[in-house]
Structures are given as C-alpha cells and as structure tokens.
Design a protein around this ligand. Structure first.
Ligand code: GDG
Length: 491
C-alpha cells in the first residue's frame, strides 16, 4: 500500500507534454521565453508557478540551448522564475515517426469520427514506443526516488504512464486526454490497442472531457483486457492497481480574455478592422477560427455559407464571412488536401456571388496576434464552429468570453464537447447543410433581447467553469485517486 499524506506540497510536481510551455528566442542577445498560444499552457502554468516543479517537453524553440543551465534546466518564466523546464531533443526521424506518424496519422483520426482513415505503420509505432521511453527516462531522472506527482498531457504519451509505473510504483500519475475516445469497434482498427490501453492504465487518474469518452474507454478495457470495471464509479482494477476514469471538461481563462476584449488595443484594432472589412459601411461579419484541421468541418461550414447566399439573396453584398486560423501539420497528406479543398470552396463562392468590390468569403490562414482575434470576435455577428468531432473546442468558449457586450450568436456543432455546456448556442449538425444555413439566417435575424439572454447565460457558464477550476478539480481527484481506499472518492 502506498503511504499518501495527501498534502500537495509533499510532492514534487512534474508535468509532461509534447509541447513546451515557453519557447525561447534571442532578444537583444539574451534568450527570452514566450508562452505559445493555447489553452493547455495557460491552464497549467499558474499551477506550476504556485507549486514549483518541473515541466518536461520536446524542445521546439530555436534558442532553448542558450537558455539552459549546466544541469540542462531552464528556469521559467524569465521575469519571475518559479519552476524548471527540461527538454527532450528529438531527431527528425524520431519526430516524423512519433509525432506526425503514430500520434497524428494514427491516433488522431482513430479518436475522431471524421472519416479520415488512420495510418498504422509499424515503424511509426516503434518510434512512438522509443520516444515515450525517452520521456520516461527523463521523468524518472527527475523523480529521483522522491515522492512525486506526474501529470501527463494528451495522446502523444499513451505509453508513458506504464513506463513510469514499472520503475516507480509509488509515484502518483495522472493523464488528461484532450481528444475524444472511440468505442471498441473503432479502437480495434489499431493493431496495438492492448498496449495503448495497458499503457494508459499505468495512471492513477485518467481524465477525458466528457463522460461519454470515459464510458467508451471503460468499454474498450472491458472488451480487451483482463480487468474489473465499474462503469458507474469510473473505476478500473487491472494488474493489482486501480485507475479512476473521470470527465473534466476543459475551459479557458475567462477573466483574461474578458479583460483583453475591453482593452484600448482591442478597441483600436476593432476600429481598424471595421474599416478594412467594411463594417463601418453597414456590412456584417460572420467568423470561423480554427487551427486548420479536417476535424473542424471547415468545408462543411463554407457549404452552409454558400447555401445561405443562394437561399437568402438579401445577404449578398452585405455579409462577409471570414475564415481565420493557421494551417497545421502541413506535411501530412490529409492536411494538404484540406487546404486545397478550403481554397477551392472559397474561390467557388467568391466567383459565384462576389461583385462590385464585395468578396463574400475572406480566408486568412495565418496566425494573428491575440488582440486581432479578440477584435474579430467582438465584431462578428456570429461565430460558427462546425467540428465533425471535437474533444471540447476552445474557440467557442473564447468567442463567448470576448463578448463583453453580451451580443453575438454562437453557432456550434452538436459534435463538439462544448455543445454540452454552451446550451445558449444554436446547435447544428455540420453535415446537414440546409439546417446549418438556416441557423446562420436565424442568427442574423434573432432579436436583440434573445441574443443577450443566450450570450449572458453562456458567459455565466464559462466564467464559472473556467480553466482554473478544471486544473483544481484534476489535482483534487488525483490526490484522492492515489489513496488506497476509493470508497471515499467524491465526484
Ligand atoms: C485540442 C482538442 C480541445 C486557432 N488558430 C490559431 C490559434 N488558435 C487557438 C484558438 C484556441 C486553440 O488554438 C485551439 O483550440 P481548440 O480547442 O479549438 O482545438 P485543438 O487545437 O484541436 O485542441 C480540442 C483542446 O485540445 C483543449 O483540450 O478543446 O477538442 O482537439 O485557443 O484560439 N491561435 C493562434 N493562431 C492561430 O492561427 N495564435
């Protein structure tokens, strides 16, 4: 039996993710760490600042080496050092097999119902195993036989919990899986399903966004491993260890985005964009923001916009739909094809309907400053997030947080995890083009009063269920999950 004092401060905290929390670049000859955009870092950085500890990740920064001390650590944040970063350098070959190959061509399409066929290649899997082992070596070195809590992030590191557990049985291990989990019929496409499940059952606590993902995971374990499962309490007994499986719907730093949206910089940016997009001349803006991925349903969204212009000609010359957000994973074929599909849909709609200096669809596939994103969210009469399948979808929550005026309509796919919380949105099926187009029309004709009621309700939800609450609940459940007596667990 493990002896657990249940005081967080008694443990060394180690976070592990593929992406590093601070990326270093030389500024005036001195290495400076900048936090890359994204919810994960913003969620866990405050916890690390408060508790101290070490964050282990792959090195992607140009100037990481220059920032490292003799022990290979980088103290962050640069201005007020509170914790250490330790980085793993992967060769191009390792990164291709581990990250692009098994994680993003295999597990990513496997876990999303988007009808992109997963690629399972033995060589890729070999790199996935060896890179997970390299992460484990670094984690074990950092644990150094001391009491430790290891908090692992995402689908790049499914084997890591077992690799740590084998060597360090007393370490408390938790993992949060940021994407959906498939049912047993889909999981069995993966030739290494048993090893993946076994790896993840090295965790004391395993978190998904939704209870449906948890139930799928428990069904997969029940169908494939010699384990005892209790779906009601989310408990799995396997190899004389217990894993607690729980939903933790991720969120955003509401106050931070709310404050940014009210700032002078954002107001200035709004004025500039209003002129550029013609909103000061009576045009209205519709918005889609996505990391460009085939799970986000961008071509489906464009089809609905096209149908809107067909069916309701009053929007011609008046509505501008802007699709923003940078491309990602561009070396993978399915992502290259997506860019081609999006560009051809944008060109088709613009050729069909554009006239007299009015371009119906704008396409900005680049990363923009956060103040520009904030300004666009404040200006857009509606934001459409049409994922074919999405663990959560933070963009939907960011739109809500930026609407400090309680205005704007969120159109949200029923297949995004966020749809379960954001019930003030207009929920659509991205495959049902007619219904999707009608929802855009409904958004644009909704009364002021109804818009405000819906947005206020969603803002209260996101303000309350914010990212800090998410991180706090995970830590609380992790401490509880590591106690031998699970009957005392709270939900
Ligand atoms: C995974 C899961 C889950 C987008 N384009 C740009 C940019 N963004 C920002 C958004 C948002 C984030 O990236 C994307 O978050 P999402 O949640 O929408 O989607 P994924 O990247 O697929 O994230 C997802 C999430 O993990 C958290 O658990 O919700 O279901 O798939 O913050 O604003 N940021 C910048 N430039 C861009 O072009 N700077």
């Amino acid at each position: 039996q493990r002896l657990v004092s249940r005081e967080l401060s008694d443990y060394r905290l180690i976070v592990v993710s593929n992406r590093q929390p601070y990326v270093f670049k030389m500024v005036d000859g001195v290495p400076r760490g900048e936090m890359p955009p994204g919810g994960l870092t913003a969620a866990i950085d405050p916890l690390m600042r408060a508790c101290g500890g070490t964050w282990i990740a792959q090195s992607n920064g140009e100037d990481d080496l220059a920032a490292m001390d003799d022990s290979g650590r980088i103290r962050v944040p640069t201005d007020a050092p509170a914790y250490s970063m330790r980085l793993l350098n992967l060769s191009d070959e390792e990164n291709t097999g581990f990250y692009y190959g098994f994680a993003n061509e295999g597990l990513w399409p496997l876990c999303h119902i988007a009808y992109t066929e997963p690629v399972f290649d033995a060589e890729h899997y070999g790199f996935y195993q060896s890179v997970n082992r390299r992460f484990a070596d670094l984690v074990l070195d950092e644990i150094n036989d001391e009491p430790a809590i290891v908090l692992i992030q995402d689908y790049h590191l499914a084997l890591l919990p077992r690799y740590i557990r084998e060597v360090s049985p007393d370490t408390i291990i938790g993992q949060f899986w940021h994407i959906p989990w498939p049912n047993p019929d889909i999981l069995r496409i993966c030739p290494w399903q048993d090893e993946i499940l076994d790896g993840m059952l090295g965790n004391d606590l395993l978190g998904f966004h939704l209870s449906g993902d948890c139930q799928n995971f428990i069904s997969c374990v029940d169908a494939n491993l010699d384990a005892q499962v209790d779906p009601e309490y989310g408990l799995i007994d396997y190899r004389d260890e217990t894993t607690l499986v729980r939903p933790f719907p991720i969120s955003i730093d509401f106050d931070n985005l709310d404050t940014e949206a009210r700032s002078e910089e954002v107001e200035d940016e709004m004025a500039r964009l209003s002129r550029e997009l013609g909103l000061n001349r009576g045009r209205i803006l519709g918005l889609g923001i996505d990391r460009q991925d085939y799970t986000k349903g961008i071509p489906h969204r464009l089809r609905a916009v096209e149908r809107l212009f067909e069916k309701w000609p009053q929007y011609r010359g008046r509505l501008v739909f802007l699709q923003a957000g940078a491309t990602s994973r561009t070396s993978i074929n399915s992502y290259m094809q997506l860019t081609i599909d999006i560009e051809s849909a944008v060109n088709r709609i613009n050729e069909r309907f554009g006239h007299d200096g009015w371009q119906p669809v704008l396409y900005w596939p680049t990363s923009l400053p956060s103040t520009t994103f904030s300004a666009l969210r404040r200006l857009a009469s509606f934001c459409a997030e049409s994922s074919l399948h999405d663990g959560m979808n933070l963009v939907a929550k960011e739109y809500v947080a930026s609407r400090v005026d309680d205005d704007g309509v969120l159109i949200l796919s029923a297949f995004a995890g966020a749809a379960q919380e954001l019930t003030g949105s207009l929920i659509i099926n991205p495959y049902a083009t007619e219904q999707f187009a009608e929802a855009i029309h409904q958004a644009l004709t909704m009364s002021d009063a109804e818009r405000r009621i819906r947005m206020r309700q969603m803002r209260n939800t996101v303000r309350e269920n914010n990212i800090y609450k998410w991180a706090g609940r995970i830590m609380m459940n992790l401490m509880q999950a590591s106690t031998p007596d699970h009957s005392r667990l709270t939900t």
